[in-house]
Structures are given as C-alpha cells and as structure tokens.
Design a protein around this ligand. Structure first.
Ligand code: HEC
Length: 119
C-alpha cells in the first residue's frame, strides 16, 4: 500500500512538472488561426488579392481589408460575404470560400473574428 501511495504521489509530481514545462503553443496557434487562414497560401490566401496589416507582399486586386465594421452591418454579413462573394457581386473574381468548400465554417468564423478587429 505504501508503495502505491508513493507511486501515486510521484506520478502527480511528474504530471505537475510536465504541465508547468509545457509551452502554451497549441492555444497560441488557435488564437491566431484567423490570421493564419488569411495569410497562408494553402488556406485562405487572402493576401494574394488584399492588403492586410502585417501581411507580406500583398496583391491589390481587392480593397485593403480594414475597418470592416464600417462596410458590413455585423459579423454575420461579413461571414456571408466571405462564404460566397458572388452572392453580393456575380462578377467578382473573389472565390466563394464557403460555398466551394475552400475553407470550412470554423475557419471562416475565425477569419471573421480576426478581420473584424483590423483598423
Ligand atoms: C482572387 C482575388 C481575391 C481573393 C483570393 C480574395 N479576395 Fe476578397 N475581394 C476581391 C475583390 C476583387 C473584391 C472587391 C469586391 C468585389 O469584387 O465584389 C474583394 C472584396 C472583399 C471584401 C469586401 C471588402 C470591402 O471593403 O468591401 C472582403 C471582406 C474580402 N474580399 C475578404 C476576403 C477574404 C477574407 C479573403 C480570403 C479568405 C479574400 N477576400 C480573398 C478579390 C479577392
């Protein structure tokens, strides 16, 4: 019994150490998911056509993405736009990211939350 107690306290000790040493990386990555989606070629690749603050070598095919609360009534409307820009302008060259399943719903939501804050 004593050995068991020692083993348990030992493993608790090890666990506590491990959790202290663990870098908070997974959380940080998720916190920046929207930005990552916008900046990454294989994901949203929004930088190909849009200037976005802090983004390298942006394209200028679309308008700069900033002050979006002035352009859209709410986040839901912005999300609809990213989901399917052709519903707003049938002639746009912006890909319908949601409709064509280029990005999933969660990534588009992360994108909206990120873009909404850019001034
Ligand atoms: C192939 C080029 C292209 C890509 C890639 C692209 N867009 Fe666009 N986007 C445009 C163009 C062009 C417009 C101008 C509006 C139009 O064409 O109707 C636009 C307009 C917008 C607008 C409206 C801005 C405003 O001020 O009215 C938003 C928001 C937007 N894009 C977000 C995005 C996001 C987010 C991504 C990445 C997931 C993205 N775009 C990728 C071309 C692109």
């Amino acid at each position: 019994m004593k050995t068991k107690a020692i083993l348990i306290s030992l493993s608790l000790f090890v666990c506590a150490c491990a959790s202290v040493e663990k870098p908070p990386e997974p959380v940080a990555v998720e916190q920046n998911r929207g930005k990552k989606v916008a900046f990454t070629f294989e994901l949203g690749n929004c930088l190909a056509c849009h200037v976005i603050a802090e983004g390298d070598s942006p394209g200028n095919i679309g308008p700069e993405l900033k002050n979006l609360p002035q352009r859209f009534q709410n986040k839901a409307e912005l999300k609809q736009f990213i989901w399917d820009a052709t519903a707003f302008n049938p002639n746009t060259i912006m890909p319908p990211f949601g409709k064509n399943k280029i990005l999933n719903d969660d990534d588009i939501q992360q994108l909206v939350d990120y873009l909404w804050e850019i001034k």
